[in-house]
Ligand binder design. Structure first.
Ligand SMILES: [Zn+2]
Length: 398
């Protein structure tokens, strides 16, 4: 009898979990569906579409039961290279707070930029992966925090910076504002940008976890957080910053500039990145759902370990493990050439990438940043250039 009950309870719990999963996926589809719709015309900063995106994000957070939400207006701090001038409009950054259960000055700040940039005003760039996917993930994270009544030992901020596409001009003032007025200490920034699709064929379900400044205390709760079926590739951020940290790839840089340790989650830049083909059909919602569960378990896991953790100040002494990064990157390159047909690789390209793989896996190989960057740039350019095959057929990797 007891056993029957146990089975019944287990069955009920698993029904609940799968229903929660279904709801998460449905919500994510709704969010990306609206944000990447033609009605918003690409969410270009300071446009009508941008205002509509802001209204939608604010309303969704409120519908989830988050009440502390406001727009922080900030001044751009970087000139636009082609014009040599600063953007003439302010950044409208959205800030929402899910308070800690106990009184604390500590914060965890999640961020996902909601703007998108289209190069040609006559063409519609939906920006489904970049970055409606990240925004949708944070909206769903907010709902889950409230629904599950998560008890946290840090205030959790869900932030949506503007002007990321205009040389990361929204988050600098936002981070300064958070540190001046909201948080004595931001223990971690978790930044999401392009988290809905595969970098290239074969990378479905793979997520890059790039970080900097993390301490042993950070790893206590990050390493033991649930992976939710994701294939996670971890490395220090330098791997995707070949031009150094003055040319960053997303809003995490504004946190780093203020001495805040961060994790940057991304699936990488697929061929349709910054084109009119970045549409909702490229978003893998099962994958995006697992990303939500991952970032949710980070917050939850922190609270479990919090009482014994104290040191979250930016760790400048992190030693890079170049040899390990090289052999890990070789695995990604291997996936690329294993799917050579779907990735439209020529024999010459396969040969070139095979050479990197052989070198990076050789225990005698002396890995350097320069050698790694060369292969990373090679891969990014190769993936981007395969777009000419995909855009003709208008299909592509999901
Ligand atoms: Zn982006």
């Amino acid at each position: 009898m007891k056993r029957v009950w146990t089975i019944a309870i287990v069955a009920l719990i698993s029904i609940n979990i799968s229903q929660a999963g279904k709801l998460t996926k449905k919500n994510l589809q709704k969010h990306v569906g609206f944000l990447a719709s033609e009605e918003l015309q690409g969410r270009f900063p300071h446009s009508e579409g941008s205002q509509k995106a802001r209204d939608y994000i604010t309303k969704s957070l409120m519908d989830s039961g988050i009440t502390d939400i406001y727009i922080q207006q900030g001044k751009p701090i970087r000139p636009l290279p082609r014009h040599g001038a600063f953007p003439t409009f302010p950044a409208n950054n959205i800030i929402a707070k899910y308070p800690a259960t106990t009184a604390t000055d500590k914060c965890i700040v999640y961020s996902a930029h909601y703007d998108h940039g289209h190069k040609n005003p006559k063409k519609f760039f939906p920006g489904a992966n970049d970055n409606a996917s990240g925004v949708a993930a944070l909206l769903e994270l907010g709902r889950q925090l409230v629904v599950n009544k998560i008890q946290t030992n840090a205030n959790i901020y869900l932030t949506f910076p503007d002007l990321e596409e205009l040389y990361i001009n929204g988050s600098p003032s936002m981070v300064k504002h958070l540190l001046d007025s909201e948080c004595k200490e931001i223990i971690l920034n978790v930044n999401l940008d392009i988290v809905g699709g595969a970098f290239f064929a074969g990378m479905e379900g793979h997520l890059l976890e790039l970080s900097s400044g993390l301490t042993a205390d950070h790893y206590q709760f990050i390493d033991s957080a649930d992976k939710h079926g994701l294939n996670i590739h971890s490395s220090n951020i330098y791997l995707i910053e070949p031009l150094g940290n003055l040319v960053p790839r997303s809003d995490y840089s504004s946190f780093r500039a203020s001495g805040v340790p961060f994790i940057f989650y991304t699936a990488g830049t697929p061929w349709y990145y910054h084109t009119q083909y970045d549409s909702i059909d490229k978003v893998d919602f099962d994958f995006l759902q697992n990303v939500v569960f991952r970032i949710y378990s980070l917050a939850k896991n922190y609270s479990v370990h919090a009482p014994s953790l104290t040191n979250f100040s930016y760790n400048n002494d992190q030693t890079l493990n170049l040899a390990k990064d090289a052999s890990n990157f070789a695995e990604i390159l291997q996936i690329y050439i294993d799917n050579r047909e779907q990735n439209h690789l020529t024999d010459r390209q396969v040969k070139r990438f095979s050479k990197y793989i052989k070198k990076f896996k050789d225990p005698e190989f002396k890995a350097t940043k320069l050698k790694l960057h060369k292969s990373v740039i090679d891969l990014i350019i190769s993936v981007k250039s395969s777009g000419k095959y995909f855009s003709k057929s208008s299909t592509g990797t999901k």
